[in-house]
Ligand binder design. Structure first.
Ligand code: IPD
Length: 675
């Protein structure tokens, strides 16, 4: 569908950043903000905060943002651009919502957003967009006008971003002892992220040659190659280089991008290189990761090895960048009607939740496409070569043009379905969480007088089907509260507007919105939003499962059935319950314990993320299980029914493979599949 872009002028720029503590007392509250919803214990946060305490509890990022703000304001003034610049953060004051509120109260209605993150990925792009969406929703709830907000594109390959980094590497080489300089190795570093997150940061069309990695890796490789080539051109020396990673966190069993910089230094030292330049291309300024992980930890490692290292400067408020990116919104002011190329595409198509109606979709310049020549006004760093030429276009730009293969089309379809499902589930979740009437009562009953429907089930289903219907008018529906249509596209949405209705009715937190998309009868996308947990689980067929931005895996099977924690549920008919109680009576003495959470969708996600060893239930409907079962499978669990059969109304079982093999025949024998 052709993009409709609003050519009317922007009236303000928002510098959107991560935020950081400004003193020791801020450190733990700041980290609580960063990790909200993930349930990380305070003790662990204190441990992580150790890095900040070494620097007096002050993150360098705030000072750098103030410097950048000044640079932007000066730049705009010098260029006669009357565009006020504001600053808001995701995780610390000044908070994004407060800044947006001020901007709206100051009369701004069309706002360009420059994020201090240059690359694709969930944390580097979409999370910013989601936070913008949440902030806009908060303004709306306060009855304020909601401005149009456009996030500028990833600027990793913007000449104004590349040029200072090239200069930084040249300056670092100049600092090395002359005898080590020519043989120096360039280690381009960026933040490690889980490999699953890297793989979903872009479509295959954005992948590197050879098809490895997602857009996150591809964009960094692109930048590294441009810098290495420019350095070669300007020094006449072909320095070997590699993209490496730093600042890994998360559970050790989850694979993250490697090699780590410290391992890399060891390996380079063993290979006999005389010196290394560490170039933190993944960081727009001297974040704590640069100050601690590189300047402290990696530098100490190099000292231990006796390997000379120099860390090259980050871009910061260099007069060349990211100012050009910001001033792109100037060109977007021209009322030509042409799509302003500086606007953010969102991260490549796998970025699932677009901001409702306010952040423009559409094309970033394709990552790695031919770059414009790097003419840059004014440089401040030392040069090695007096005759520096602008960088020529890179003929080996590593990210190919999109291939219109079937696989790419399927991928793009799944991306879209995931986008739609996440947004619909998010909207319904907010409605249910914030709009639950205190006097909520039963609106209707279904299979029995205790199988209830509330007015909120109906409102949620209406919202979801309305939203999806607008985005994908040709799709079919199967909803718990009656939505039913075949559609013509081959896609059918299977919706449980509240799974765990009885919990919801009683004000218990374990309820969810469950949305699955089937393609020709096979579930290809599943989203389960559990707002009271602050968690949204999602999976796309073949791409793994996630809780918020973290990849999830089932728990390894316990050595004995007696150590397994099972979840189950009961139907609403007395006769069925009597049969189910019989099964529990036999099973309970054989296992660690049995939980009855009250939401099948959440139970399945609990298997997916290792909070339950297994879950079984008879009598589920398609909407109860479609999304959760895909999420469980994509997290490595097995799902099924009676031996040889799929999960269904008759019986649904989900468990890690070894436990599944034990439980399936046992449940069959116990008659868990009949009343
Ligand atoms: C119910 C829940 C419950 C399960 C029931 C389902 P609903 O869904 O998933 O945990 O035991 O079988 O019907 O009615 O709340 O959407």
């Amino acid at each position: 569908m052709p993009e409709q872009r609003d050519p009317s002028p922007y009236d303000a720029l928002l510098l959107l950043s991560f935020g950081g503590p400004e003193g020791p007392d801020d450190v733990v509250p700041f980290l609580e903000n960063v990790t909200r919803g993930r349930g990380i214990p305070r003790e662990r946060l204190k441990e992580v905060g150790r890095h900040y305490f070494l620097f007096g509890g002050v993150s360098p990022i705030n000072a750098q943002n103030r410097e950048l703000l000044d640079a932007l304001r000066k730049d705009f003034a010098e260029n006669g651009l009357d565009l006020p610049v504001y600053w808001g953060n995701r995780n610390w004051a000044p908070y994004l919502t407060d800044t947006l509120r001020t901007m709206v109260n100051d009369g701004h209605r069309r706002i360009a957003v420059l994020a201090t993150s240059a690359y694709a990925s969930y944390s580097g792009c979409r999370q910013y967009r989601e936070n913008l969406a949440d902030a806009l929703a908060a303004l709306q709830a306060e009855g304020l006008p909601v401005p149009q907000v456009d996030k500028l594109r990833h600027y990793f390959n913007h000449p104004g971003f590349l040029r200072p980094m090239i200069d930084g590497v040249l300056a670092s080489l100049a600092e090395l002892p002359a005898e080590a300089r020519d043989g120096a190795h360039l280690a381009f570093t960026t933040h490690s992220i889980p490999t699953a997150a890297a793989d979903t940061s872009g479509t295959p069309a954005d992948h590197t040659e050879g098809g490895t990695g997602g857009a996150y890796v591809a964009q960094h490789l692109d930048v590294a190659r441009v810098i290495a080539d420019a350095v070669r051109e300007e020094t006449g020396v072909d320095h070997p280089w590699q993209l490496v990673y730093q600042s890994r966190s998360g559970a050790p069993h989850i694979p993250w991008l490697e090699p780590d910089i410290c391992d890399h230094l060891e390996e380079r030292h063993a290979a006999g290189v005389p010196a290394v330049v560490m170039a933190p291309i993944g960081f727009v300024s001297d974040h704590m990761e640069v100050k601690y992980d590189l300047d402290t930890e990696a530098t100490a490692k190099a000292a231990e090895l006796g390997l000379p290292v120099v860390r090259s400067a980050t871009v910061g408020a260099d007069p060349g960048s990211p100012r050009p990116s910001a001033s792109s919104c100037w060109s977007a002011r021209q009322p030509s009607g042409a799509a302003p190329r500086a606007l953010c595409a969102g991260c490549p198509r796998r970025e699932p939740r677009p901001v409702p109606g306010r952040l423009l979709p559409g094309a970033c310049p394709a990552p790695g496409r031919r770059r414009s020549r790097l003419a840059r006004p004014g440089r401040r760093r030392p040069r090695l070569s007096p005759a520096r030429r602008p960088l020529p276009p890179d003929p080996r730009s590593i990210v190919p043009d999109p291939l219109q293969t079937d696989a790419a089309q399927t991928d793009a379809l799944y991306d879209e379905l995931l986008d739609v499902a996440l947004e619909a589930a998010h909207r319904a979740g907010v409605l249910l969480r914030d709009g639950r009437p205190a006097d909520l009562g039963v609106a209707a009953t279904k299979s029995s007088p205790i199988d209830v429907v509330t007015e909120m089930d109906l409102a949620s289903e209406k919202l979801i089907t309305g939203f999806i219907g607008e985005r994908r008018p040709d799709d079919g529906f199967l909803g718990e509260e009656g939505a039913s249509s075949a559609g013509t596209s081959g896609i059918r949405w299977v919706i449980d507007p509240i799974d765990g209705t009885v919990n919801y009715l009683y004000g218990l937190p374990s309820w969810a919105v469950s949305i699955a998309a089937e393609q020709d009868g096979e579930v290809v996308v599943g989203v389960v939003a559990a707002p009271m947990r602050g968690e949204t689980y999602r999976a796309v067929l073949g791409r793994g499962a996630f809780s918020n931005d973290e990849p999830i895996r089932h728990r390894p099977a316990p050595p004995e059935l007696s150590q397994a924690l099972l979840g189950t549920g009961f139907g609403y008919l007395a006769e069925r319950r009597a049969a189910q109680a019989e099964v529990v009576r036999t099973l309970l003495p054989q296992v660690r314990d049995i939980r009855r959470g009250g939401s099948a969708a959440i139970d399945l996600c609990d298997v997916a993320c290792g909070r339950l060893d297994a879950y079984y239930e008879r009598g589920l409907n398609p909407w109860d299980l479609a999304a959760g079962a895909l999420i469980a499978r994509e997290a490595g669990a097995l799902t099924g029914g009676r031996p040889g059969r799929s999960a269904s109304h008759e019986l649904t079982l989900a468990a890690s493979p070894a436990l599944f093999e034990q439980l399936q025949p046992l449940l069959d024998e116990l008659g868990a599949w009949h009343d």
